[in-house]
Design a protein around this ligand. Structure first.
Ligand code: HEM
Length: 544
């Protein structure tokens, strides 16, 4: 029996028996029949013989919406299920757009190592980022200009600066613990009582405080406690899948986002003017001062609005990524007292003083802490904050045959206009690559010959290439790519490692942590994967 006979006809018969004014009845019939008709058409369209050169399309009932609910609810489960059914290359409909997914290390390479003339990031990301970051930077400018802007930032993030940042981050964490109400038990100096804190709130606040103190500069840090906090929050609320997928809706959150961007941009530009007008009072050595001195290749200096927008972009790019990584790291540590103890012992071994205390740490010393390094790497393996990396295909592109399972010699053509998507998260959790892939086990990073070390070498060693912002590894074939690869590779990697490591060092030397309740599930509903709302218990260490 057809869908029409089982669903549509009984409905229309029932409705036609009701007494409606004729216009309303027609309207109601149309409202019910048009969607049903489009579902039927969509089903029939999927049953038609398909162009075999195109990747298989994931089955979906509702046109336009497509597989959005399954992908949005749990992209990992969705990708795994599709991989089982269709292999490493498949397409799905996401709110009217066709997205072609290429999984596995080769799939990552296809997307991340693609030529810019064929695969463009700006076409996909700009509707989300331009209203937040602002005009003429990142994805609102030609790719060559972005490469130059990345170079400007990279040269501002020197080892010298990192050395100075360690003390600043440590101070911020200390001040936070001494003032935030969630750490009242810590403030009471009682070593027997346990307190608890809200994980997402705490690490989001610590991240913005430490990033502003270091990267953003004195003026921004000082204004964080005042109206800037609300402006930041309004801007941040524009960083959601809805604002990305449906730009320009006439909703309050869109208006607040735009107003917040305008305010923030003019705030940064007023700082720039002040610094230029009073060079004697402003001897800051931060990213802003470095950007003020740099020039594009054609000799032009960076206009003030671009400096402002680059700084906003850095703030946003580093906020959710670092805060979610910190949150996951601390949750795993709270769940594994043995690793907490190993981290604490590592600190005693390196920084212990004769009177039983711990001295300050330096940037160069942090780099030598093997347990800490493994803890951060392992967290980024299981919880890279970005689960989907996307580009838009500007031409028809053949997908290398090795990706096409089950038949190895098959070549698919990704049609021009498709969005292509890689998910390094899937390779980072692949049980055929990683032993006990779903278990957080920092020890896997100690084995120099193990899979983790090999993946890391494939990520960072070998031939290098310069896309305009310094040398990065040429190869993008690795099952471990938490910071992406190729021309869009992250420039905040070293800073993020430093920030996350220093915060963890500061916390572990002061307190013990335990998990409250079940280990939280990932929340995929926001732009970055973060844990569902949860709490961690803490207690002051005996020898602080
Ligand atoms: C790019 C991850 C922290 C700035 C990326 C990409 C990834 C990533 C996966 C590639 C995106 C793509 O190819 O589409 C991370 C993670 C972080 C982190 C896991 C922390 C744990 C930061 C920080 C900053 C930053 C702290 C700024 C200081 C950037 C920038 C790009 C980028 C500017 C380049 C975008 C492009 O070229 O298209 N990051 N990031 N990130 N990240 Fe990060």
């Amino acid at each position: 029996m057809s869908v029409n006979a089982t669903i549509i006809e009984p409905w229309t018969a029932t409705l036609s028996q009701l007494e409606w004014p004729s216009n309303s009845r027609l309207l109601l019939l149309a409202l019910i029949n048009i969607p049903l008709f489009s579902i039927v058409l969509n089903v029939l369209w999927q049953l038609l013989p398909r162009d075999k050169s195109q990747p298989p399309l994931v089955w979906h009932w509702i046109p336009v919406l497509g597989s959005a609910p399954a992908y949005g609810r749990d992209p990992v489960a969705f990708f795994r299920e599709c991989r089982e059914k269709y292999g490493n290359v498949f397409s799905f409909i996401l709110l009217g757009r066709r997205v072609t997914v290429t999984l596995g290390p080769q799939g990552n390479d296809f997307v991340l190592g693609g030529k810019h003339t064929q695969l463009a990031a700006e076409d996909v990301y700009s509707p989300l980022t331009t209203p937040i970051f602002g005009k003429d930077v990142v994805y609102d400018c030609p790719n060559e200009k972005l490469m130059e802007q990345k170079r400007f930032v990279k040269v501002s993030l020197t080892i010298e600066k990192f050395r100075a940042y360690v003390g600043m981050i440590e101070d911020e964490v200390k001040d936070y613990l001494n003032s935030d109400p969630a750490f009242r038990v810590w403030q009471m100096n009682d070593i027997n009582e346990w307190g608890s804190f809200n994980v997402l709130k705490t690490f989001s606040e610590i991240t913005i405080l430490t990033a502003s103190r270091t990267l953003q500069g004195r003026e921004i840090r000082e204004s964080l406690t005042k109206d800037y906090a609300q402006v930041y929050s309004d801007l941040d609320h524009g960083f959601t899948p809805l604002h990305w997928m449906v730009p320009g809706l006439p909703l309050p959150s869109y208006r607040r986002r735009d107003a917040a961007h305008a305010k923030m941009s003019s705030f940064y530009q007023s700082i720039l003017r002040n610094r230029r007008e009073h060079p004697e009072q402003n001897q800051e050595d931060d990213v802003m001062s470095s950007l003020m001195k740099q020039r594009y290749r054609d000799g032009t200096s960076i206009p003030d609005h671009e400096i402002a927008h680059i700084l906003i972009a850095l703030l946003m790019a580093g906020q959710h990524t670092s805060s979610s990584s910190l949150a996951w790291t601390m949750l795993h540590l709270a769940d594994r007292p043995d690793i907490q103890e190993a981290l604490y012992k590592e600190q005693i071994q390196h920084f212990g003083t004769p009177d039983g205390g711990l001295r300050d740490v330096t940037y160069d010393e942090i780099r030598e802490l093997k347990v800490l390094d493994a803890v951060v790497r392992e967290t980024l393996r299981m919880h890279p904050p970005i689960h989907s990396i996307m580009r838009k295909a500007h031409t028809d592109i053949p997908v290398p045959a090795t990706l096409g399972t089950p038949s190895e010699d098959k070549v698919f053509v990704v049609p021009k206009g498709d969005i292509v998507l890689a998910s390094p998260l899937i390779s980072q959790l692949d049980p055929t690559v990683w032993e006990n892939s779903e278990t957080w086990e920092p020890a896997r990073w100690y084995d120099e010959k193990g899979v983790a070390a090999q993946a890391n070498r494939a990520y960072d060693e070998g031939q290098k290439v310069d896309f305009g912002f310094g040398l990065v590894s040429k190869g993008t074939i690795s099952p471990y790519l938490p910071f992406g690869a190729g021309r869009h590779r992250c420039i905040g990697e070293q800073f993020a490692y430093l920030q996350i490591s220093t915060v963890i060092l500061a916390l572990i030397r002061r307190m013990e942590f335990r998990l409250e309740g079940e280990f939280p599930q990932p929340d995929y509903s926001s732009m970055m994967v973060q844990p569902m709302p949860c709490k961690i218990h803490y207690r002051r260490r005996k020898f602080d």
